[in-house]
Design a protein around this ligand. Structure first.
Ligand code: ATP
Ligand code: ZN
Length: 210
C-alpha cells in the first residue's frame, strides 16, 4: 500500500483548521511545529507542512498527492490540480480598493491606472474580461500603503473586515473573487482507494458540522 502525502499550511490562517479537519477524520498524528513531515499512525498518510504558496505546485507535480489551500492561491499559481472538496473555512474576498475620495468611480476609470497587488494573475484575468487595461504592479506584501505613498492608484488584495483598508485611507471598490480552503488532488490519484476513504471521512466531518 502506497503511503499518501497531504500538504497543509505550516503556519498561518489555514493551519489550525487544516489540522483540525484531519484530526476529526480520526487520523492520529503529532503536530510538531518544528518538523516538516508528520506520519499518521492509523492511516497510510504523511502530512507535509509547507508555505501555502508552494502547495498547488507540489500537488500538481505529485510531490504531494493531496493538499489543503485557498482557491486564491490555486488560481494565482495556475496549477493543474483536481478540486476534490470545498472545506468551508479560510473564507475571504479579493477586492480592488481605491482611496476614499478617489476620482476612480467606475471600472472603466481604472484604464491606464496603476494597481498594486500580490495577485497579478487573478487581477489580469478580471481586467481582461472587463476589457480594461491597467498597469499591474506586483509587490509581495503591504499593498495597502501603495496609494498613500503615490506608488499606485488602486490596490487589489484580500479584504476581510475592511479595517486595514480604512486605516490606510482606502475603501472597497470592486469584488473580484470569493475564496475558501479546498482539498485538491494530483490528477493521477483520483481512483486510489485510500483517497476515496479519506474523502469520504472528510465529507462526513463536514456534513456533521452543517
Ligand atoms: P505562508 O507563510 O504559508 O505563505 P501567508 O502569509 O501567505 O502564509 P495567510 O495570511 O496565512 O498566508 O493566509 C492563507 C490563506 O488564508 C490565504 O491565501 C486565503 O486563502 C485565506 N484567508 C482567509 N482570510 C484571510 C484574510 N483575512 N487575510 C488573508 N488571507 C485570508
Ligand atoms: Zn503564502
Amino acid at each position: 500500500m502506497k503511503t499518501l502525502k497531504i500538504a497543509i499550511q505550516k503556519s498561518g490562517r489555514l493551519n489550525e483548521k487544516s489540522v483540525e479537519i484531519l484530526k476529526n477524520c480520526g487520523l492520529s498524528f503529532e503536530n510538531y511545529k518544528s518538523s516538516l513531515i508528520s506520519t499518521v499512525q492509523n492511516f497510510p498518510l504523511e502530512i507535509l507542512f509547507l508555505r501555502d504558496d508552494d502547495i498547488p505546485e507540489y500537488v500538481q507535480d505529485g510531490i504531494a498527492d493531496l493538499g489543503i489551500v485557498g482557491e486564491n492561491v490555486i488560481t494565482e499559481t495556475k496549477a493543474g490540480v483536481e478540486y476534490l472538496q470545498r472545506l468551508g473555512f479560510g473564507k475571504c474576498t479579493l477586492k480592488i480598493a481605491v482611496q476614499t475620495g478617489s476620482e476612480i468611480q467606475k471600472l472603466e476609470d481604472l484604464n491606464g491606472k496603476a494597481i498594486a497587488t500580490s495577485y497579478p494573475v487573478i487581477l489580469e484575468k478580471f481586467l481582461t474580461e472587463k476589457g480594461i487595461k491597467s498597469d499591474i504592479r506586483t509587490i509581495s506584501g503591504s499593498v495597502e500603503i501603495g496609494p498613500g505613498l503615490g506608488l499606485s492608484d488602486a490596490i487589489f488584495d484580500i479584504v476581510s473586515t475592511g479595517g486595514t483598508l480604512k486605516s490606510n485611507g482606502l475603501k472597497p471598490f470592486a469584488d473580484v473573487m470569493q475564496s475558501e480552503a479546498v482539498l485538491i488532488g494530483n490528477k493521477s490519484i483520483l481512483d486510489n482507494p485510500e483517497v476515496a476513504e479519506l474523502l469520504q471521512r472528510i465529507r462526513s466531518v463536514l456534513s456533521a458540522k452543517s
